[in-house]
Design a protein around this ligand. Structure first.
Ligand SMILES: Nc1ncnc2c1ncn2[C@@H]1O[C@H](COP(=O)(O)OP(=O)(O)OP(=O)(O)O)[C@@H](O)[C@H]1O
Length: 576
């Protein structure tokens, strides 16, 4: 399917509107023919033959035609605008739905700025094409055809002299189109890089300032900005190379008409009125020629944008989300059966190797290990953010890959290491995973997460809006709201990834005591660096370079006197 067929798939449901708009456009194009013909009549009948009584009706006729044409033009232009807006509404919707469906792998490899460029600049290029370029192309075609027919009836010889240069115009537009094609792809790529750079700079503005790297960032920005300017200049150069020629050929039509037409009038094979009428149609021939360069540019821009959008819409997730919602209840049994995993872009480096363990509802699994040992990756496999490369993760005895994914995730709540809060009230942030939760339950889970006290101290309490990425809250406060959000979901499996790393030990102990009261029927995974966070767990996994090197309860592992014991002793020493 080429880009035009693809965009047609969005337009075709508006086929009645399209046909109506084209009919209006054709009528409007036919109406253009009338006024030059009437001008000719003024010269021949009113001025030359002195039929002065015709002047007023002719002038009135010209006014009616002009008004009618303006109304028709307005109607079909607004119809094309509506069709374009409908198309772009659906394209944007499809892109957003795709974004919801795409897996972690896509987001690991795609820059936010690039996605934003597709959602904004590229959709705008498509809107412009449907709303403006399409009817301009159609207008040009109909004007050209109408002009050829009417001018042919006035003087086919003079018309042939003018149309003789059309092949040259065709060759020029072909060459221009070929040259402009790659240039617009480069512009598109450059725009995406510039966008990504600015997006990263804004997201990371605190880091930039903290490290006083503004100058470096400005230099990087200037480089990208310069590249974008250069790419646009390349496009301008292509335009400037061809547009004067197209303009020149279009302008030469007047000269040819004047010289050759003048000779015909002198020879008596054409009246002055016919020559005036003929001249009145000239713009209908030269306008399409002048416009062709601009329309080619816009069409190439449209093509480049289509490719970027279609690339995203057709990206296949390795983990697909079903459309139908399943309502299977989850108990919370988790079994890892000889699970190994590597990321798709690094097949030689196994991040997890031969992991096996079992957990039952009501049990807590503590996961310890040095940084980069694979703890987060392990729990990501439970929520199916990734699928194991080999082995299987069983939830309630069923392979996680066989669970309807939304159903699976509905019963799992995760407090992620990198806390993200939406720019919304605290209450709505906590209710994010369970919109039906009531205010008293929100307060209850906030109390368990030890967040209630500081939330109530805020000026608007639970109605306080937290800024982008929770600016205005401390790291520990954000973690606690994020914990409350997970608890509000009342999940069967609760995953806490370094959830209390930013809170003090006393608060952590308080949270743990409260958590124990409500996790009786849940399977809880706690990733931590401090043994104090996991010592009560029913099972502790000690990870080292993706392998479980020790597993058991705190007591068992201490008695074993191995790696866990060494870490325990070290941390005990630090605490004393
Ligand atoms: N998206 C990714 N693509 C490729 N490799 C990755 C990706 N994410 C993580 N890794 C690698 O996988 C390994 C395990 O990462 P993981 O985040 O699971 O570690 P972790 O034990 O949770 O670390 P930490 O305690 O620092 O959070 C690391 O070596 C990391 O470099």
């Amino acid at each position: 399917m080429n880009n035009f067929q693809w965009i047609w798939s969005y337009m075709k449901k508006d086929v009645v509107k399209i046909i109506t708009a084209i009919i209006l456009l054709i009528i409007s194009s036919l109406l253009i023919i009338i006024n030059p013909l009437l001008s000719g009549r003024i010269i021949d009948d009113v001025l030359t033959n002195q039929e002065t009584g015709l002047l007023v009706p002719i002038l009135l006729g010209m006014i009616v035609v002009t008004v009618l044409r303006s109304i028709l033009r307005y109607l079909y232009q607004i119809t094309f605008e509506r069709i374009g807006q409908n198309v772009i509404f659906e394209v944007r919707e499809d892109m957003f739905l795709k974004l919801q469906e795409l897996d972690f792998d896509f987001f690991n490899h795609t820059r936010v700025g690039d996605i934003m460029a597709r959602m904004t600049g590229d959709t705008e290029a498509i809107r412009h094409f449907v709303c403006w370029v399409t009817y301009n192309i159609l207008e040009c075609i109909f004007w050209f055809l109408a002009a050829v027919i009417v001018m042919g009836t006035i003087s086919w010889k003079l018309m042939l002299c003018l149309v003789a240069i059309t092949p040259l115009i065709f060759i020029l537009t072909q060459k221009m189109s070929k040259e402009a094609h790659p240039v617009f792809f480069k512009i598109r790529e450059s725009f995406s890089k510039l966008n990504s750079m600015v997006e990263e700079n804004i997201s990371g503005n605190r880091v930039v300032k903290a490290f006083s790297r503004e100058a470096y960032e400005i230099e990087k920005f200037n480089e990208r900005n310069e590249d974008y300017k250069k790419r646009n200049m390349d496009s301008a150069k292509v335009s400037k190379k061809y547009l004067p020629w197209l303009d020149g050929f279009a302008g030469s039509l007047n000269l040819i008409a004047l010289v050759v037409g003048g000779i015909f009038v002198i020879q008596g094979s054409m009246t002055i009125g016919d020559l005036v009428a003929f001249n009145g149609f000239l713009w209908m021939l030269n306008m399409p020629m002048r416009m062709s360069g601009w329309l080619i540019n816009d069409t190439q821009r449209f093509q480049a944008s289509c490719i970027k959008i279609r690339e995203m819409i057709t990206t296949e997730s390795s983990i697909t989300v079903e459309t139908e919602k399943d309502t299977k209840i989850m108990q919370g049994y988790v079994d890892f059966d000889d699970v190994s995993f590597h990321f798709s872009d690094d097949p030689d480096n196994f991040v997890l190797e031969n992991i096996s363990f079992s957990a039952k509802p009501g049990q807590t699994v503590g996961i310890l290990g040095e940084t980069g040992s694979g703890k987060t990756t392990l729990v990501n496999l439970i929520a199916r953010f990734y699928d194991p490369t080999s082995g299987q993760v069983l939830i309630d005895g069923i392979n996680a890959t066989e669970w309807p994914i939304r159903n699976l995730r509905e019963h799992i709540a995760m407090v992620m290491q990198d806390v993200f809060l939406f720019s919304n009230t605290i209450e709505e942030n906590i209710a994010f995973g369970n919109p039906y939760v009531d205010a008293s339950y929100i307060r209850r889970v906030a109390e368990i997460a030890d967040a209630n006290a500081f939330i109530e101290r805020m000026p608007e309490g639970y109605g306080t809006i937290v800024g982008e990425r929770g600016v205005g809250l401390s790291g520990g406060q954000k973690q606690r709201i994020s914990l409350a959000r997970a608890l509000a979901k009342d999940p069967s499996i609760l995953i806490l990834d370094d959830t209390t790393s930013a809170v003090d030990m006393e608060t952590e102990t308080k949270i743990q005591t409260e958590l124990n009261k409500i996790t009786q029927d849940k399977t809880t995974f706690i990733i931590a660096h401090r043994i104090s966070s996991v010592r009560e767990a029913d099972l502790i996994l000690l990870l080292e370079k993706g392998r479980v090197v020790e597993q058991g309860t705190h007591q068992e592992l201490v008695e074993k006197g191995g790696e866990y014991f060494k870490v325990y002793q070290k941390q005990l020493g630090e605490e004393v």
